[in-house]
Write a protein that binds this ligand. Sequence first.
Ligand code: SF4
Length: 401
Amino acid sequence: MNMPETLKRFEEALEHRPGELVEARQNGKKVVGVFCCYTPLEIIHSLGLIPLKLGWGGDDELAEQGIEYITNIQCPYVRQTIGVFKEGKNPYAVNTDVITISAVCLQEYRMVEVLRYYFGKETLTLSVPKNYYLPEGKEFFEKEVEGFTAELEKIAGRKLDPDLLRASVDLYADIRNNTAEIYDYLALDYSPITWKQVITVIHAGFYLSPEKHLSLLKELNSELKTIQMSEKVRPINSVRLMISGSIIAPGNTKIIDVLEELGVTVVADDICSGQRTFAGFTVKEPTLAGLAEAYLDRIPCAAQLYPDQKTDKRLENIFRQIKDHRADGVLYHTLRFCDPYTFRVQENKELLDAKDIPFLQLHTDYGANDIGQLHTRIQAQMEIIKRRKKEVHHARSQKAV
Ligand code: SF4
């Protein structure tokens, strides 16, 4: 399948972005780096600050560099991100003035401490309550968001303007809706875009200005519609898999490269750097309270508590996507030393087993040593799924006779 033309425009925009950031900073603008999913980007944007989503993966050497400041039993994502700051070459890390953290995972908090202590970065913390489902948790987070905004106002040198906040809320809602539209193509029998390309488009939004990102998303959407109408692309007659589990951060293509080599089609994901950047998210009112509610109520990370398995939104999202995107099985990816996602392997497996949905856990890092093993395990799982599909097909045709 040919690459949609608009993807080249994303690449070009990304090439120019570091230069734009340098220029903006020379003109007095401040860049706010964001870790994790609970920071309302709308507030940063409406204050005239430049939000960038940070965090990197896929480079074992940089992950090694991070060990100098933490330990080798921290997750590779955290290690590599520290390594990126240590190396001091990544234009987004270099051009970040302030780092905000709104994580639910302790390892990310430690990472930001390291960036503050050893690299002199100014940091701002937005605490996310563990009892987010109770009124007390919601009240706490609303106050946190207010305090966080007051700190950002000092950095921006101006007060929050309700009209500008409303405009930023609308802008980000438009981005989420357009991303969702692109992502939905993956559910089709013939998709004009691959999962890897969709993820690239989502990751581009980590760095581009939201205005630029939105205009490219719209352009891509209209191109995909045209392709869809004009030809049948990428018949999905291979195994359709959903990817779940730990973050697959920008730069980490290890698993997806193996899947592509094996001809597996990824049709859905629920990772925090993929589908969960836009899914299950509605801002009911464009105010600080409305944003606090929307962010706290989003599909949670595995590091959050789930008081009731039956109403656990993360699990519900996995099952909904398996159904809507007709996934044949789930590939559950865990990074080494990523406890939040590894703790939940058994639960996920049992629940999927109960519905007869094939499940494969891949526990890995950014090194190349286990690629052969990953290859073999995924291939074996594909054979199982293919056999099952044949049996189901056979049983159906027998019934029809
Ligand atoms: S959730 Fe996992 S991958 Fe993310 S920071 Fe925590 S340990 Fe690392």
